[in-house]
Structure formats: structure tokens, C-alpha cells
Design a protein around this ligand. Structure first.
Ligand code: FES
Ligand code: FES
Length: 189
């Protein structure tokens, strides 16, 4: 069980925050926390649990640096209120590897030199992990041909598909030229 956290705020003139209890499974560990109801999942991870893998780039849903997996689906942690996900299973970049064995995407990013400063990389990895699941399930994107998607057939991940599906994850270093082949490699293309 993880530690409990509260948000004390006794500054004069500041109204006491509304607190709520949440239970979350984060990278396989159960956590019970008492938090300010305005707390995003990103802040809960970073400020309350010291899980700083997910990054705060914009805090406005614009950059993807905070991408995590919520019940297997990728999402921007900065836009997700923690209280709205009580009982959810969260996976962050810290939970992608299996012990000492890196996730295939992590290995591919290293092999393809798919980062420079690395700030966007946790979000890129979690987003790509969610994206691969979506493509395998046959979910179409805006560039999928009309006959290219079905619930019983994986979408073929061309470079165009990968770029389209990853367009919510910005890289200020412009490492896209290596990120795309890294994801294609991990996808087994
Ligand atoms: S920090 Fe969440 S999208 Fe930028
Ligand atoms: S590697 Fe620097 S922002 Fe992407």
C-alpha cells in the first residue's frame, strides 16, 4: 500500500481545499490517498508519489509529455482529475519495463537513438504503447484507408500511420526522424 498524502493549505484568506479519498493501482502497487479534488493525475504522480517520469510540459493538453496509461488507454495526465479515476489502473513510464527487462519500445528508442534531451520521451513511450494496442485492435486513424481498419484486423503501421497516431506528442528536439522508425521496429514492422 502506498503512502497517504494530503494537501495542507492554511494560508490566510485561502479557503480550505475540498479533499477526497482515492484508491489507485499505479504500476501494480495499490495507493490510497487523500487529495485536493483539483489534483490532476500528473500532479498526484509527481508531487505526492515522487513518480517524476511523466513530465509537465504545458499542463494544458498540448504537448503529450505527461502521457500515461489509464486502464490501458493513453491519456494526458495533466488533463485527468485524479478523483475522476478512483479505482483505475495507472501505468507510467516507470512501469513499462518488466523488472530489468526493458519494454520493446524502450529498447527500440535506445537502438534508434530516438531522443536528444529526453524530456518528451516518457510521454512518447507511454503514448506509443497505447497506440500499438489501438492499432492491433483495428482502430482507424485519420489516415487509415477506408478498408484498412476492422475490429478483427490490426491496422498496418506505415510511417504515415505512426506520425498521425503520435501527433499529440511533441518533441522540441525534433527527434521524430528516429522516433518513427523506433516505433515501427517495436511494432515488428
Ligand atoms: S503537460 Fe500534459 S499535455 Fe503537456
Ligand atoms: S528529445 Fe528533447 S523534447 Fe524530445
Amino acid at each position: 500500500m502506498g503512502k497517504s498524502a494530503t494537501v495542507p493549505d492554511d494560508r490566510p484568506g485561502i479557503e480550505a481545499p475540498v479533499l477526497a479519498d482515492v484508491r489507485l493501482s499505479i504500476n501494480g502497487t495499490e495507493h490510497e490517498l487523500t487529495i485536493d479534488t483539483r489534483t490532476s493525475l500528473l500532479d498526484l504522480l509527481r508531487e505526492h508519489l515522487d513518480l517524476t517520469g511523466a513530465k509537465k510540459g504545458c499542463d494544458h493538453g498540448q504537448c503529450g509529455a505527461c502521457t500515461i496509461l489509464i486502464d490501458g488507454r493513453r491519456a494526458n495526465g495533466c488533463l485527468a482529475l485524479a478523483v475522476a479515476h478512483d479505482g483505475a489502473e495507472i501505468v507510467t513510464v516507470e512501469g513499462l519495463a518488466d523488472g530489468d527487462e526493458l519494454h520493446a519500445l524502450q529498447s527500440a528508442f535506445i537502438e534508434h537513438d530516438a531522443f536528444q534531451c529526453g524530456y518528451c520521451t516518457p510521454g512518447q513511450l507511454c503514448s506509443a504503447a497505447g497506440m500499438l494496442t489501438e492499432a492491433r485492435a483495428g482502430w482507424p486513424s485519420a489516415v487509415t484507408p477506408a478498408n484498412g481498419a476492422s475490429s478483427d484486423r490490426a491496422v498496418e503501421l506505415t510511417d504515415e500511420e505512426i506520425r498521425e497516431r503520435m501527433n499529440g506528442n511533441l518533441c522540441r528536439c525534433g527527434a521524430y526522424a528516429n522516433i518513427v522508425p523506433a516505433i515501427a521496429d517495436a511494432a515488428g514492422r
